[in-house]
Ligand binder design. Structure first.
Ligand SMILES: Cc1cc2nc3c(=O)[nH]c(=O)nc-3n(C[C@H](O)[C@H](O)[C@H](O)COP(=O)(O)OP(=O)(O)OC[C@H]3O[C@@H](n4cnc5c(N)ncnc54)[C@H](O)[C@@H]3O)c2cc1C
Length: 269
C-alpha cells in the first residue's frame, strides 16, 4: 500500500512530513499526538476505515444505540501522565467483579467486596487459608506495581535500577528471576486458585507456568501493574471512545489522519 493510495484526493500526495506513523492504533495515535503537539508535521497512515486498531467499538445490537468494545475491552496500562498531557476526554467505570471461575455446581468469585470473595474462597477451598495467601500475594504485587508502573513513561531503567526501585529481594526474585509457577505452587495449595492466579501470566501467550524464559512473568507483570493498582476498567462507549479521544488531540495539533472509508473492518486477529 502506498501513501498516495491513502491520501484524500484534495491533499497533494507529494507533501512531505516530519514524521509518518504507519498504523492508527492507540500507539500510533499517541505518538502522532505527541509529535504534532511538539510542532512536527505528522501523517498517520491507516489502512482501515477508522483509526483505533484493535481498540475499537461497534454497535452490535440493531436498534440499540450502545457502543461496545469489539476486541480489546479493558483499560489498565494507559498512564495518567498521557491522559493529562494530551487532555484526553473519556470515561471509565470500575468493575465490581474481577472473575468468576465455575467449579461443580458453584464457582470461585473474585470481587463483589472482600466479604463475598472470602466466603467464596472458603466455600470452594474449604478454609480461609487460600484467601489469606491470595491477599498476601496481591499485597506484594501491589507494592511492586506502585514502584514499577511509573517507569513506563520514564527512560528505560537498567535492571539494577529497577531492582533498587522494587527494593524487596523476595518480590524481585518472584517476578524477575524465577518462573512464576514456583511462587504460585509454593503460596497456593488449591489448583483452581493457582489457575486463576496464572490466568494473568498465561493468557495470550504460548507459555507455561515454569517456562524458563520467564515470558509468563512478563505477561503477569503487565496484568498487575496498570495504574499502580492493576485495576482493569471498562471504557464508556467501548475502546473506540478512547481511541477517538486519542485521535482528537492529534488532529487538533495539525496531524493528518486519512483513513479509507471503503476498507473492510478489521478482521478478528
Ligand atoms: C482480542 C483482543 C483483546 C484484547 N484485549 C485487551 C484489553 O482488554 N486491554 C488491553 O489493554 N489490551 C488488549 N489487547 C491488546 C491490545 O489490543 C493491543 O496491545 C493494542 O491494540 C496494540 O495497539 P497498537 O496501536 O500497537 O496496534 P493495533 O491496535 O494492532 O493497531 C495497528 C493499526 O495499524 C494498522 N496497520 C497495520 N499495518 C498497516 C499498514 N501497512 N499500513 C497502514 N496501516 C496499517 C492496522 O489496521 C491497525 O489499525 C487485546 C488484543 C486482542 C487481539
Amino acid at each position: 500500500m502506498t501513501a498516495p493510495d491513502l491520501l484524500p484526493d484534495a491533499r497533494p500526495a507529494s507533501r512531505s512530513y516530519d514524521a509518518v506513523v504507519v498504523g492508527g492504533g492507540h500507539n500510533g495515535l499517541v505518538a502522532a499526538a505527541y509529535l504534532a503537539r511538539a510542532g512536527r508535521s505528522v501523517l498517520v497512515l491507516e489502512r482501515l476505515a477508522s483509526t483505533g486498531g484493535a481498540a475499537v467499538s461497534t454497535r452490535p445490537f440493531a436498534g440499540v444505540d450502545a457502543r461496545l468494545s469489539r476486541y480489546s475491552y479493558l483499560v489498565s496500562l494507559l498512564p495518567e501522565k498521557i491522559v493529562r498531557d494530551l487532555g484526553l476526554r473519556f470515561a471509565v467505570r470500575k468493575r465490581s467483579i474481577s472473575s468468576y471461575t465455575p467449579k461443580g455446581d458453584g464457582g470461585l468469585l473474585v470481587g463483589g467486596g472482600a466479604d463475598r470473595t472470602r466466603a467464596s474462597f472458603a466455600q470452594i477451598t474449604g478454609s480461609d487459608r487460600e484467601y489469606e495467601a491470595w491477599q498476601a500475594f496481591y499485597e506484594r504485587t501491589g507494592r511492586a506495581a506502585r514502584r514499577i508502573f511509573p517507569t513506563l513513561t520514564e527512560p528505560l531503567p537498567t535492571r539494577a535500577e529497577l531492582r533498587a526501585r522494587v527494593d524487596d529481594a523476595d518480590t524481585w526474585r518472584m517476578l524477575f528471576e524465577e518462573p512464576l509457577g514456583v511462587t504460585v505452587e509454593r503460596e497456593f495449595a488449591d489448583d483452581l486458585v493457582r489457575g486463576v492466579v496464572l490466568t494473568d501470566a498465561l493468557i495470550g501467550t504460548f507459555s507455561d507456568a515454569h517456562d524458563p524464559t520467564l515470558l509468563q512473568n512478563r505477561c503477569f507483570l503487565y496484568h498487575v501493574i496498570g495504574g499502580g493498582t492493576g485495576d482493569w476498567d471498562v471504557p464508556v462507549g467501548g475502546m473506540g471512545a478512547l481511541t477517538d479521544a486519542l485521535a482528537d488531540p492529534a488532529r487538533a495539533a495539525g496531524a493528518d489522519l486519512p483513513t479509507r472509508p471503503d476498507a473492510p473492518p478489521l478482521e478478528t486477529p
